[in-house]
Structures are given as structure tokens and as C-alpha cells.
Design a protein around this ligand. Structure first.
Ligand code: SF4
Length: 889
């Protein structure tokens, strides 16, 4: 048994500490780190299942050029020469890097240094642009710095937590658990959830405001006016520490003159809104949490500032239990902000627009030519590729063909780009398919570096296993290309510790507390110090070696005047409103157990069992109006494209809205890339796309048959109209449907699945049923069940057959009947508890048959909800549904 390694979860911006232990057989066990201040030992379902995702299946294991395996030297030379030649012929603005919040800070720092200081352009942007750049812009306008004021402990110290545009229960589960636990300990603490959808986050809420999509700025402008009119302002704080209050209040009151006006514009009851305004006004210790629901908007920056305005007017900032608190999406979105990963920033929170700052960085780096102006933000950067202005792009650890808006245009642009380079750990994504050069990157558990979470806490990611094949760290790959471009001296790094020390030195350079971001207290870290680095919140200075929990305690901000700025906002609606052709509003987002484009969580059977198919959730009124049944297949169509997904009809959705998750790609579904629907509309200040407000229509898809397929290997099902792929045990599970009737199923099966000598089949042409199993070397390889209509057997009973050696006669029969013998589990329905694999059907049965009335009772009987707690809101909802059923019976 090797020594335990303390590291940090690679998923969301909570940044939970994880302890990894590798046994003598190389098996990895993981648990939450009880000493990490972000999570105190807790992990959510994704963190708990991290060990499932460590396999080397699907990994990119060696460098490739034009689809051919090559060695590192050849691939690095190809990229260095390609970039150098493009720069020589077309100038530095003709090349770009598109990087990611998955990168560690050290790699981010080196990429930014190469682009902005040595190539001499600022065309480096990041997928964090899609997640939190409106918060960055809002904080900078208000505080003069991209500085999150709060700490996680403020969520527990608050008397009122307002969650707006945040489904924390699914997207930041461990922080959600901290809020739930705090409320349980102090029932008087209040929680308000503001979201058009009634998500699981609302399960803890004293009040849920299901506002009209896009109306958040109206709501907080209404609140600002209410606070002013009713004398709920901190006059001393406003006079001593802020500017712009009068203009901000006047603008708010001009747009939203009364509470009644706010309620009508937001589409909520005046009574409910008055309740929220009264609670906010009366509660000194208030934290307002905001996330993608606020940021991903064409007026996201203004929305952020309307929230901050309310905190500044009431002086609720810089003290325990209060403040405007953005939750970042990715594990190192904050680290990217710190090193200048955004095209409009320099490094160390220095300004690209300042000649003084540019000179400072240039001389620190010994850089030959500094970028003189901001580069292209993500959406514009890919438009420039589309227009042929950018001719070489290096994409690192992200999948823009699926995650950028107007995603089909992004794909077309990359197809035409003369040089596309990708560093990734995964071999086959929708973006790697278009790359000329592939660099195999090491990933979580194999690499060393730091990340910064949503509360400014810098934590170490540490390696506990060797990288497979020839995979190398991102910082090494970038430095090697830089050396080959002639910048050897400035990129002669031997370790991430060296890079971190340089980065920390730069943050302290000519700072003198002019900039919030300061790691100068860590600038002298040597390798041993770096190895032992404990999680710490910046600023970390000589006088604050223990870090800083809360900013602005002294009422001093980082604007020129030292005062915080209230920003006058006139609320604007989304750019594209629903219309006759596209009458519904599409909202995109995450599901509980998946992450980004499924490259990691898609490898885990238990994570794939919670939501295994992409879906469109819509209100019963809309479903009825469009003649759509729950569970049927639909087309969701926008002016940009379409997806085909399964319907979920739910009262939790606001009428007029549709929610479709963002995770599915062409690797996992026939047609479910939701960003192919989204318009490339951005906030004019932050450049963040409006991912939550695309007008769409929804149409039923008539199918002639449906079915499923279990297979040992991934399959190419291009010929099938509808397919979805998900991990199930050791196999891959496909849901299938077809538009046209099939006359010859046996021929179809062989054509789609390939040949093989040993097939067993059952066919009932009159009833429209066909079942087949292909046996290879005596073992079950594929089984297929299709039907024209009606239910199919549960798949759970078939999965154990794939674990057997040579199939017996009974097994062969079972492969066609769907009834395996032995102890196979009964159908459990969709998995609710991923930790213990407890399905919805079992829980419902237990509630009704055993008369269970509490989450604790379910846990005692079935274990569900007793580990990570991510499913507790769903358990509570199932209890409520059953209770309602009993009452109405
Ligand atoms: Fe990872 Fe979950 Fe913690 Fe996020 S909340 S860092 S996904 S364990």
C-alpha cells in the first residue's frame, strides 16, 4: 500500500479535497479529505465515483500528426514550425490558443506567457468565458478587481442565503449540502431560490420565486428601489465607501418604479416578491449566491451588478455571513482568471489596457513583444477562424465543437482552419476528430499543479499514478513548443513548482496592495514547500501568510478612488425573444451526475444511470398544446439547428420554457448537441454567450420501432435514426429508435452490427418483435431487443450474462427472453442514489409498502442518501409525491 495522497477533485468550482490511496495491485480508493476546508471530508456523487473514471480506455496515448502515430519530437516540431510560419506570413494575430478551466494554473500561466509575451498577441481565451466571465466583469466594475469577497463559511454564518440562477444541488452539491446542514442546525436561517425552474435546489427553500427567464436584473433593480424607498440603506457605509449610489438607485427606480411593477415584469406574485424584499431588507447577514443562470446572458454583467448594488447599498460586504458570491463552474476557472487566461486580461490581475502594467510584465518575463491590446473572446475567436483571419489554433483540454454556441458553425470553421492542434487526454471527441496534431496530455491523478476554487482557495492537485502511454503534462508540452519557437530561456522550466514560484512572484510585483490578487507570500516556495502546500485563500502576503478569508473588511476597494462602484443599470431583455415560429425559450444546463461533454463521467456506469438519455423537460401545458407525451421522442428546433431527445413533462418547468442538458455529443448520441441550437449572442462587456435564452419550437418525432442494444464494445450506429449510448456495468447500453419500418430484422442486425457466425434469434413478425444475440468465442457479445410498440424486458437481467464465460443453454435462452436466472437484480428504474445504485422503483415501493415518511428511514432501509447526500433532494421529492398520492387517493 502506497502512502495516501491529498489532492483536489477535478470537476466543479467547489474544489473539494480528495484523499487517494493506491494498493499493491494498483487499485485506487478515494475518499473526501476531512482536513480540506472546502468540503470537510464530504464528496458528491461525481467525486465519490472518481475511481470509476481512471481507466485508460479511450485515452489518447501517443502524439499523432494527420491521424498517424508519431514521436514527441516530430509532433512538437510540427506545431512550433506551423505556428512560426503562420506568424511570419500573417502576423501574430493570425494564431490563437483556446484553453480551459480544466488546465492547472501552471499550464495556464505558461500558455498565457507564450501568447501574450512571446507571440505578441492576446488571442488566448478560455472555455471559462462560457461560465463566469460576466461575474469577472461585474466584480471589476464594482470593486476595481476580479475579487470574490466571500468564503464558504459565510454560507453557514448567513441568516439569509439567496440562490439566484444557481442549481447548486446539482452543480455545486457539496456547498448545497453545507447550506442544508446549516439550515438544519439553525432552522431560523432562511433560503430563497430564484430560478424559472423549480430545481432540486428549491427543496431546501423557504421561498421559491419562479421568475420569467431573463428577468433577474428587473428583480434586483426592484429590490434596490425598495431598499432605498423604505430606508433600508447603510448610509454611513454608502457615504464612506461607495460611489454611484444615487445614479444606480435612480436608474433602478426609473425602470422598476414599484414592487407591483417588479412582480409583473418578473411574472411572480406581488405577495411572494414582497416577502423576499422584506426578508432581504430585514436580514443583515445575507449572502447572495449567483451562477450560470445570471452569467450566461446577453446582459449578464449588468445582472451581476444589480446584485452587487443591493449589497453595497446595505453595506453587506466584507463581514462574516454576507456578500455577493459567484460560484464558478470549473475546477480552475479562478486560476485561469488569475494568470490572464481571458483574452482581455494580462497576468496576475494586471491590465492589458495599461501601458504601465504591460511594461511591468514585459520586463519581468524578458518578453520580446507584448500584446498591445485585448485579443478575441471565445465566440469572436471562432468567428475569426471561420472568416479565415485565424489560421492556426491550439485547443487545450476542451471540446468547443460541442460547448460553444452555434456549434455547427464552430465545427465548420475548424474543418477549414489550416492548422488545428489539440492537447487532450481523450482520443475521440467531436473536436479531436478535426485536429491535425494531437498531443496526449496527462490528466487528473497523473499531474502536479494547483487550482483555485470559488472562494479564492489555492489547492494542490497531486499525482498518485503514472500517466499511461506517452502522455505528458500540459505545462511541459507548451514549454517544449515555446522552446522550439526560439524562446528557450524564458521557458526552461523543469517542474510546475518553478512555474508556480514565478507566477507568485509576479503577483507581488509592484503591488503594494494595489491589486487584490497577491500570492507574494508563496513566492519563495521551493519544491518541498510546493509539495507540502496546504489549501490557502488569497491574498497571501508576508503580513498574511495564512491567507485571507474575506475581502474588503476595511471598506477599501481597488478602484482608483478606493470606493466601490454602484453601477446604474437599465434592465434589458434577452436579444432573441420567442416568436410565432419559435414560441418556447430553451434553457441549457447540467444534470447531477454528469460533467461537461461526458469524456470522464460517461465512463462510469453508476454516474450514467441517473440520467442516461438527453431530454427536453417541459411543462404539462406546453406538452398538451403541442400534443407531446411524456417519454416520447421530440425534435427541439431553433433557427440554428435541431436535436432529438426524450421528453420529460414536469410541473417543475415554467410554462413557455424547455430545459435540455448540455452534456451529450456525437460520441454519445445521434443528435443531441444542444449548443448547435444556441445563438452566438454575447454580453457586450463580458463576451459571455446567452446560453439560457434561445427561442425554439418542439415537434413530435413519429417512430416506427424502438429498442435497445447491449454490447461489449462501442459501436458505430450512424445508420440508426436515434441512438443514445451509456455505460452499463462492463458493457455499453444503447437506446434505439427508427423512423422507417424494418421488414428484414435479421439482415438489418447483421448490416448495422456486423457479421459473426454465431447468432441466436427470435422473431415475431406479426407482433413486430425481434430479438437477437451474437455470441463470440462462446461469450455474449451483443444482444438486441426491438419492438414495433409496447414495453421491452428490463435490461438489468441481461447485464449479468455479459460477465459469464461460455454461455450455457439456459443462458442462451435468457439472452433472448431477457430473464436471466440466478440473483440478477429486479428492474430498479432510473438510479436515484449513485453511491449505492438504488433505483427510483425500489424507493417508491419501499415508501408505499413500508410506509416510509422520512429520508432517514429510506437511508436505513436501502442505504440511499447515506453517503454523499447528492440524492437527498430527490428522495425528499419522491416522499412528497407519494404523500400527495396518498392524500388524493
Ligand atoms: Fe467534486 Fe462534487 Fe466537490 Fe464539485 S462538489 S468538487 S464535483 S466532489
Amino acid at each position: 500500500m502506497e502512502a495516501a495522497v491529498r489532492t483536489t477533485c477535478p470537476y466543479c468550482g467547489v474544489g473539494c479535497g480528495v484523499i487517494a490511496q493506491v494498493d499493491a495491485d494498483g487499485q485506487v480508493s478515494l475518499k473526501g479529505d476531512p482536513d480540506h476546508p472546502a468540503n470537510h471530508g464530504k464528496l458528491c456523487s461525481k467525486g465519490t465515483a472518481l475511481a470509476d473514471t481512471l481507466g485508460s480506455q479511450d485515452r489518447l496515448l501517443c502524439p499523432e500528426v494527420n491521424g498517424q502515430r508519431t514521436d514527441w519530437n516530430a509532433a512538437l516540431n510540427r506545431v512550433a514550425e506551423g505556428f512560426a510560419r503562420t506568424i511570419e506570413e500573417h502576423g501574430p494575430e493570425s494564431v490563437a490558443f483556446y484553453v480551459s478551466g480544466q488546465l492547472l494554473t501552471e499550464a495556464y500561466y505558461v500558455a498565457n506567457k507564450l501568447m501574450k509575451g512571446f507571440i505578441g498577441a492576446a488571442n488566448i481565451d478560455t472555455n471559462s468565458r462560457l461560465c463566469m466571465s460576466s461575474s469577472v466583469a461585474g466584480y471589476k466594475r464594482a470593486f476595481g478587481a476580479d475579487a470574490v469577497p466571500c468564503s464558504y463559511e459565510d454560507l453557514e454564518l448567513a441568516d439569509l442565503v439567496v440562490l439566484v440562477g444557481s442549481n447548486a444541488a446539482w452543480c455545486h452539491p457539496v456547498l448545497y449540502r453545507r447550506i442544508v446542514d446549516a439550515k438544519r442546525a439553525r432552522p431560523d436561517m432562511r433560503v430563497v431560490v430564484i430560478d424559472p425552474r423549480r430545481t432540486d435546489t428549491a427543496e431546501v427553500a423557504d421561498l421559491h420565486l419562479g421568475v420569467r427567464p431573463g428577468s433577474d436584473a428587473v428583480l434586483f433593480s426592484g429590490l434596490l428601489g425598495y431598499l432605498f424607498r423604505n430606508g433600508h440603506l447603510d448610509r454611513d457605509f454608502v457615504d464612506a465607501h461607495t460611489q454611484g449610489a444615487s445614479a444606480a438607485v435612480s436608474a433602478a427606480m426609473a425602470s422598476v418604479p414599484s414592487l407591483a411593477s417588479a412582480a409583473s415584469q418578473c411574472g411572480v406574485s406581488a405577495r411572494a416578491l414582497a416577502q423576499f424584499f422584506e426578508w432581504f431588507a430585514a436580514t443583515e447577514r445575507t449572502v447572495t449566491v449567483f451562477s450560470q443562470g445570471i452569467n450566461q446572458s446577453s446582459s449578464g454583467t449588468d445582472k451581476v451588478n444589480t446584485i452587487i448594488n443591493c449589497h453595497l447599498l446595505t453595506g453587506r460586504i466584507g463581514r462574516p455571513g454576507m456578500g455577493p458570491f459567484s460560484f464558478t463552474g470549473q475546477p480552475n476557472a479562478m486560476g485561469g482568471r488569475e494568470v490572464g487566461g481571458l483574452a482581455n486580461q494580462l497576468a496576475a490581475h494586471l491590465e492589458l489596457s495599461s501601458g504601465r502594467d504591460r511594461n511591468l510584465v514585459q520586463s519581468f518575463w524578458g518578453a520580446p513583444r507584448m500584446a498591445g491590446q485585448a485579443g478575441l473572446k471565445a465566440v469572436d475567436l471562432f468567428h475569426a477562424i471561420d472568416a479565415g483571419r485565424i489560421k492556426a489554433v491550439w485547443i487545450m483540454a476542451t471540446n468547443p465543437v460541442d460547448s460553444l454556441p452555434d456549434a455547427d458553425r464552430v465545427r465548420d470553421a475548424l474543418k477549414r482552419c489550416p492548422l488545428v492542434v489539440m492537447s487532450d487526454c481523450v482520443r475521440q471527441t467531436d473536436t479531436t476528430a478535426l485536429a491535425h496534431v494531437l498531443f496526449p496530455a496527462s490528466t487528473w491523478g497523473e499531474r502536479e499543479g494547483t487550482v483555485t476554487n470559488s472562494e479564492r482557495r489555492v489547492s494542490r492537485q497531486r499525482a498518485f499514478r503514472a500517466a499511461p502511454g506517452e502522455a505528458r503534462a500540459d505545462w511541459w508540452i507548451i514549454s517544449q513548443v515555446a522552446r522550439r519557437m526560439g524562446f528557450g530561456e524564458a521557458f526552461a522550466y523543469e517542474s510546475p513548482a518553478q512555474i508556480f514560484a514565478e507566477h507568485a512572484r509576479l503577483t507581488g510585483l509592484s503591488n503594494g496592495r494595489r491589486r487584490a490578487f497577491d500570492l507574494s507570500g508563496l513566492a519563495a516556495l521551493d519544491q518541498a514547500g510546493y509539495d507540502a502546500l496546504e489549501p490557502v485563500q488569497w491574498p497571501v502576503r508576508a503580513d498574511r501568510p495564512e491567507g485571507t478569508a474575506r475581502l474588503f473588511e476595511d471598506g477599501r476597494f481597488f478602484t482608483d478612488t478606493g470606493r466601490a462602484q454602484l453601477v446604474a443599470v437599465t434592465p434589458r431583455g434577452p436579444v432573441h425573444a420567442p416568436n410565432r415560429e419559435y414560441p418556447l425559450v430553451l434553457n441549457t444546463g447540467r444534470v447531477r451526475d454528469h460533467w461537461h461533454t461526458l469524456t470522464r463521467t460517461g465512463q462510469s456506469a453508476r454516474l450514467s444511470a441517473h440520467v442516461s438519455e438527453p431530454y427536453a423537460e417541459l411543462h404539462p401545458d406546453d406538452a398538451g398544446r403541442h400534443g407531446i407525451e411524456d417519454g416520447s421522442l421530440v425534435r427541439v428546433v431553433s433557427a440554428r439547428g435541431e436535436v432529438v431527445v426524450r421528453t420529460r413533462v414536469s410541473e417543475r418547468q415554467r410554462p413557455g420554457s424547455v430545459f435540455v442538458p448540455m452534456h451529450w455529443t456525437d460520441q454519445f448520441a445521434s443528435c443531441a448537441r444542444v449548443d448547435s441550437l444556441v445563438e452566438a449572442v454575447v454580453d457586450p462587456i463580458s463576451g459571455q454567450p446567452e446560453s439560457k435564452h434561445t427561442p425554439v419550437r418542439i415537434e413530435s418525432l413519429r417512430t416506427a420501432w424502438h429498442g435497445f442494444l447491449l454490447s461489449r464494445e462501442r459501436l458505430n450506429l450512424e445508420a440508426v435514426d436515434y441512438w443514445i449510448c451509456a455505460r452499463a456495468g462492463q458493457t455499453w447500453r444503447y437506446e434505439l429508435a427508427g423512423v422507417a419500418d424494418v421488414q428484414d430484422w435479421a439482415g438489418w442486425a447483421r448490416e448495422v452490427l456486423g457479421g459473426g457466425a454465431d447468432w441466436i434469434e427470435y422473431s415475431d413478425a406479426a407482433a413486430g418483435r425481434y430479438r437477437a444475440a451474437r455470441i463470440v468465442d462462446g461469450r455474449l457479445d451483443v444482444c438486441l431487443f426491438v419492438a414495433r410498440a409496447g414495453a421491452l424486458p428490463g435490461q438489468e437481467r441481461l447485464l449479468p450474462l455479459f460477465d459469464r464465460g461460455t454461455l450455457s443453454a439456459a443462458d442462451r435462452l435468457a439472452a433472448l427472453s431477457g430473464q436471466s436466472g440466478g440473483s440478477a437484480a429486479a428492474p430498479a428504474g432510473p438510479v436515484v442514489c449513485a453511491c449505492f445504485g438504488v433505483g427510483e422503483t425500489r424507493i417508491q415501493e419501499a415508501i408505499t409498502k413500508q410506509g416510509l415518511t422520512t429520508v432517514e428511514a429510506i437511508g436505513e432501509l436501502l442505504q440511499a442518501g447515506t453517503n454523499c447526500g447528492s440524492c437527498v433532494p430527490e428522495l425528499r421529492r419522491l416522499l412528497q409525491t407519494e404523500a400527495c398520492g396518498r392524500e388524493s387517493a
